[in-house]
Design a protein around this ligand. Structure first.
Ligand code: UGA
Length: 449
């Protein structure tokens, strides 16, 4: 099928690339002309595993193209995926101005009927407004628009794998023909008939994705309800960790046993510095805002948000207890990205830590496998090191802020021999306390002795 993708951020680019790899003809556009120029020249503006590989292969087959001319992209596709940003406003409400702008562009430029699909995370009822905007701004009464919601469940870092191996594909539609069109779009993925970049070509047999057809409002709600529930789970684990610290229990033993109950599940129960990124913080806020707007008090979600904000304070209680005075101390921060396997630093807990350290007058040395270039643009005054051992040299303390695998494998004997003080404050519970103590470290983490 011929598909258009509007917005070439994490969601749009992964969606466009994967649908092209699945055999469709995809035209992508973005208001950022530099981004389009980079893509046209074969560059990849974001780091995401397998993305470069599939973009290269889609270029070779001619299945993907890029244009800065939105009208050209709009006219090209039978179906249009809207993948633009919906950032939070001051109030927590999602800012839908980019969706509105795109709706008006589609209405003005389309010359043939279109299925317009919301892929961006949007509050319930956006579909209705989108439908209204499309008909209000349409210049041609013969051009019919249908609207659908097809939320993404892609994690940054594993977005390509998540796209090709989803556990569910949710399509919120207003008529059966839209559901059928979306089923056609996803057929290669549902039937596992595509060259799988994650498994060197052939997908292993295994669980197939559920294709769920719902109303548009349900689909919109499914996305927010899922993300908010995961955030709730993380905050719950963090409060259990605080309790473990007071009582002398071990949070990992507790959450491991909890997770073995299939009704609970073991994922998203890792205690630490809390959740960040461009999805959970904003989606939780937007869900609270939406609920309040329709008269539903989402108190438990407000508590989850409060708990998450307090993680940084709680971390600094540990820092102060261990270091006493922070001013003038050389601190090594390991990890800047909001989580491992991404260069994304938006709402990263690590950056809050860095900000506080600067505020207290520390000399901050940092390292991260991918996120240093982006961080440099925001905090040019930090000392950046490619090699974690260089960041740790002469440090009075090491603060672990992101759960990167290379940090799990560090030789702490080697690192400790060059540190000014053998002190590790671990915001992601990467190491076993007894191992660190055996190596002569003062070691603090969350919810463990
Ligand atoms: C999240 C969801 O997992 C995706 O399903 C969703 O599609 C996406 O948001 C989105 O709305 O676009 P993502 O933001 O990439 O994906 O990151 P996650 O892997 O979910 O992690 C979120 C944060 O929670 C990270 O800061 C991570 O370090 C933290 N986390 C995660 C914990 O603190 N503890 C855990 O046990 C798990």
């Amino acid at each position: 099928m011929r598909l258009s993708v509007i917005g070439c951020g994490y969601v749009g680019l992964v969606t466009g690339a994967c649908l092209a790899e699945a055999g469709h003809e995809v035209v992508c556009t973005d208001i950022d002309r530099d981004r389009i120029a980079k893509l046209q020249a074969g560059g990849v503006p974001i780091y995401e595993e397998h993305l470069e590989q599939i973009l290269t292969s889609a270029r070779k087959t001619g299945h993907i193209s890029y244009t800065a001319d939105a009208a050209e992209a709009i006219r090209a596709g039978e179906a249009i995926f809207i993948c633009v940003g919906t950032p939070p406003k001051e109030s927590g409400e999602a800012d839908l101005s980019a969706i509105d702008y795109v709706a008006r562009q589609i209405a003005a430029e389309a010359r043939t009927p279109k299925l317009v699909i919301e892929k961006s995370t949007v509050p319930a009822r956006t579909g209705l407004e989108l439908s209204r905007a499309l008909s209000a701004y349409s210049r041609n009464s013969n051009v019919k628009f249908r609207v659908a919601s097809n939320p993404e469940f892609l994690r940054e870092g594993t977005a390509v794998a998540d796209f090709f191996h989803p556990d569910r594909i949710v399509v919120g539609v207003e008529d059966p023909s839209s559901a059928e069109e979306l089923r056609q779009i996803y057929r290669p993925i549902l039937e596992k008939k595509f060259h799988c970049p994650v498994h060197n070509g052939t997908c292993p047999p295994g669980q197939k994705a559920e294709f769920l057809v719902t109303t548009i409002s349900s689909a919109e709600l499914i996305k927010h309800a899922s993300n908010s529930f995961l955030a709730l789970k993380i905050s719950y684990a963090n409060v259990v960790a605080d309790l473990c610290e007071k009582i002398g229990a071990n949070v990992e033993e507790v959450t491991h046993a909890m997770g073995l109950d299939p009704r609970i599940g073991g994922q998203f129960l890792k205690a630490g510095l809390g959740y960040g990124g461009f999805c959970f913080p904003k989606d939780v806020q937007a869900f609270i805002y939406l609920a309040a707007k329709v008269g539903v008090d989402f108190d438990i979600l407000k508590a989850a948000e409060r708990v998450n904000k307090q993680r940084i304070e709680h971390f600094f209680e540990k820092v102060h207890k261990a270091l006493w005075v922070v001013k003038g101390k050389r601190i090594a921060v390991l990890g800047l990205a909001f989580k491992a396997n991404t260069d994304d630093i938006r709402f990263a807990p690590a950056l809050e830590v860095v900000k506080n350290l600067i505020g207290e007058g520390a000399i901050v040395h940092v390292t991260d496998p991918e996120a240093m270039p982006r961080t440099k643009a925001v905090f040019p005054q930090l000392h950046y090191h490619e090699d974690p051992y260089d960041a740790l040299r002469d440090a009075d303390a090491a603060l672990i802020c992101t759960e990167w695998n290379p940090f799990r494998k560090l030789d702490w004997q080697r690192a400790g021999s060059s540190m000014a003080r053998k002190l590790v404050i671990d915001g992601r519970n990467l190491y076993a306390p007894q191992d660190m103590k055996k190596l002569g470290f003062e070691y603090y983490s969350f919810g463990r002795e």
